[in-house]
Design a protein around this ligand. Structure first.
Ligand SMILES: C[S@@+](CC[C@H](N)C(=O)[O-])C[C@H]1O[C@@H](n2cnc3c(N)ncnc32)[C@H](O)[C@@H]1O
Length: 243
């Protein structure tokens, strides 16, 4: 998408509305799963955002730190109860180094896709490995591309109301694996655009990225409640540990 800048895709408007639109309802299940993996150790969230998962995880007694590209998302985190106690390092999760090691590094809500090249995604796995204690785990949660990519170009209604509509306009390029998407909202207030570009990767490509980073797949689930991962799974929760 010409002119698209990933650093600007979670700006002040998106950050202000993020917790209305993006709360998925998996926060308790995700934080329970992640707390079990972290055990008594510390956790590091790549792309911590507004703390949607980090805050419930701290409520479960886990000390959480984060890396985040968008200052606006971090400001939103800071405005929430408990948010200012979380140590967030600004920058890119594929390169920023946080002091110390962690028993859990995690990256959820498809955010590995926000890195737009294979090299950057590999670097992200390497950066996760760099931060892991010897017995630590890197947990990645992402969609299994499939339903999205069956049709390469589509328009999908997201919300239909009397006075507004929200729809998604998408185009997928199987050569680059880039999905270009714009969430468009039409209402009496005007037209609002929400552009995003993602590089979709299948679990198999992630497993190879992990191996390049010195990690191996230890567990793969179809959801946060340890659902089996099957041919019908639309998402996966993958747990990587040192080889
Ligand atoms: C879908 S949100 C997920 C936020 C949070 N993890 C959650 O589950 O709600 C994606 C987040 O990734 C951040 N992000 C995107 N690319 C990043 C990068 N290269 N390094 C660090 N953060 C990044 C965005 O600013 C945004 O806060």
């Amino acid at each position: 998408m010409k002119g698209f800048d990933p650093a600007e895709s979670f700006g002040p408007d998106v950050a202000r509305r993020y917790d209305e639109g993006a709360v998925r309802g998996d926060e308790q299940d995700a934080s329970r799963f992640l707390a079990e993996v972290a055990g008594p150790g510390r956790a590091l969230e790549f792309a911590i955002g507004t703390g949607r998962i980090a805050l419930p995880l701290t409520e479960r007694g886990v000390e959480v730190a984060g890396i985040e590209l968008s200052p606006d998302m971090v400001n939103r985190l800071r405005s929430k109860p408990g948010g200012s106690a979380i140590d967030v390092t600004p920058g890119d999760m594929s390169s920023v180094v946080v002091p110390g090691t962690f028993s859990l590094v995690y990256l959820v809500f498809n955010t590995i896709f926000n890195l737009l090249t294979q090299d950057d995604q590999v670097r992200c796995f390497e950066n996760a490995a760099r931060h892991l204690a010897d017995d630590g785990a890197f947990v990645v949660e992402a969609a299994v591309p499939g339903a999205w990519t069956k049709e390469y170009e589509y328009v999908r209604p997201e919300q239909v109301a009397m006075d507004s509509v929200v729809f998604d306009i998408c185009r997928y390029d199987p050569v680059t694996q880039l999905l270009e998407e714009n969430h468009v909202r039409l209402s009496g207030e005007g037209i609002r655009f929400g552009p995003i570009v993602c590089r979709l990767i299948w679990p198999s490509e992630m497993d190879l990225m992990a191996r390049i980073a010195g990690l191996r797949l230890a567990e793969r689930w179809g959801g946060w409640n340890n659902e089996p991962f099957t041919a019908d799974s639309t998402m996966h929760v993958s747990v990587y540990r040192r080889q």
